[in-house]
Ligand binder design. Structure first.
Ligand SMILES: NC(=O)c1ccc[n+]([C@@H]2O[C@H](COP(=O)([O-])OP(=O)(O)OC[C@H]3O[C@@H](n4cnc5c(N)ncnc54)[C@H](O)[C@@H]3O)[C@@H](O)[C@H]2O)c1
Ligand SMILES: O=P(O)(O)OC[C@H](O)CO
Length: 329
């Protein structure tokens, strides 16, 4: 660590300011690291500005700590020097008060299991992960619930119309934080994420926020198919509208907690629309339906190690619907 950073850190070690760790260094993880680098420096009354960042790959970690940029997942965007890449997961999260989970959803269980019993007692977390988990009997589980069960900590969620490359360019957007009780940590989450170009709204409706974020990826796949098949803009929008109705029906059925006003926040219709026009799920599914390649092949060719979450989520939902006899003939 550079000597000036050591000095800053030792000053803050003596205070109660919260230590933050980011778990995930992909496309969104890197855009978020850029924001958190800024907000923790801007709010040194609340946060220790030295942020731990889990970067699995050793070479990538070294490059990031020298150049302050993630060349694989977010090339050309500088991340502030107070965000320190660490390749050991447990070391990244040691003595940390606030954990930000931002990895593709298929890896969350194995990552959390490595951290079980090793976190600070009063740590809290937020999940930026858009996806679902499924248990052996075919029932879906929210990723935030999975994190909470494995680690025994409170978990909020952040979802929204947030294409990572636009956020990294500091183009204006909104995002929704879903909490279970915003009196608890709402102010802290706002300070940690809100900037002049990344505008946060907080709602006490974490389940709806998270389900909107996960389910819109499936509709985005359908939008990609529509583009690949060239069925026209009117038909594509009809599909998005019907997709939204399906999302609401699914939430009503499996998590009857839906608050309709939450659908009108950034996590709802806005994210659905942005993903169906500018997202990776759309792109991968358009290429898939226009070629003879498998989804895995097009994902590899187009995304360079990034992960489209929609196809996996579609599979998880299919299993859930089948096991609950909810599939329409
Ligand atoms: N990219 C976006 O525009 C965007 C925006 C909002 C939300 N999200 C959501 O954020 C989540 C993370 O997306 P992302 O874009 O940062 O990731 P990504 O799609 O770029 O995937 C790369 C990440 O996966 C990790 N990874 C690969 N193999 C792994 C393994 N075996 N174990 C653990 N981690 C592994 C890599 O280290 C890297 O952090 C997803 O749920 C996504 O839907 C993405
Ligand atoms: O690129 P996608 O399809 O994973 O979507 C990215 C974000 O979720 C858009 O908000």
């Amino acid at each position: 660590m550079a000597p000036n950073l050591e000095r800053i850190e030792s000053n803050f070690e003596r205070t109660n300011r919260k230590r933050v760790a980011i778990i995930g260094s992909g496309n969104w993880g890197s855009a978020i690291a850029k924001i958190i680098g800024q907000t923790t420096r801007n709010h040194q009354d609340t946060f220790n500005p030295i942020v731990n960042w889990w970067v699995r790959d050793q070479k990538l970690k070294e490059f990031i700590n020298n150049e302050h940029e993630n060349p694989k997942y977010l090339p050309g965007k500088k991340i502030s020097k107070n965000v320190i890449a660490i390749s050991d997961l447990v070391e990244t999260c040691k003595d940390v008060d606030v954990l930000i989970f931002v990895i593709p959803h298929q890896f969350i269980a194995q990552v959390c299991q490595q951290l079980a019993g090793k976190l600070k007692k009063r740590a809290v977390a937020i999940s930026l992960i858009k996806g679902l988990s499924i248990n052996p009997t075919g029932q879906i589980k929210l990723i935030s619930d999975e994190i909470s069960e494995i680690l025994g900590i409170e978990v909020a969620v952040l979802m929204g119309a947030n294409l990572a490359h636009e956020v990294a360019d500091e183009k204006f957007c909104e995002a929704t934080i879903g909490t279970h009780n915003k009196e608890n940590n709402g102010e802290m989450w706002f300070k940690l994420f809100n900037t002049d170009y990344f505008r946060i709204t907080i709602v006490d409706d974490a389940h709806t926020v998270e389900l909107c974020g996960a389910l819109k990826n499936v509709v985005a796949c359908a939008a990609g198919f529509a583009d690949g098949l060239k069925i026209g803009e009117n038909a594509k929008v009809a599909l998005i509208r019907k997709g939204l109705m399906e999302i609401i029906k699914f939430i009503d059925n499996f998590y009857p907690v839906v608050r309709y006003e939450t659908i009108f926040e950034s996590c709802g219709i806005a994210d659905l629309v942005t993903t169906c026009y500018g997202g990776r799920n759309r792109k991968v599914c358009e290429a898939y339906v226009s070629s003879n390649k498998t989804l895995a092949e097009v994902e590899k060719e187009l995304l360079n190690g990034q992960s489209a979450q929609g196809p996996l989520t579609a599979e998880e939902i299919f299993v859930t619907l089948k096991s609950s006899n909810s599939l329409e003939k």
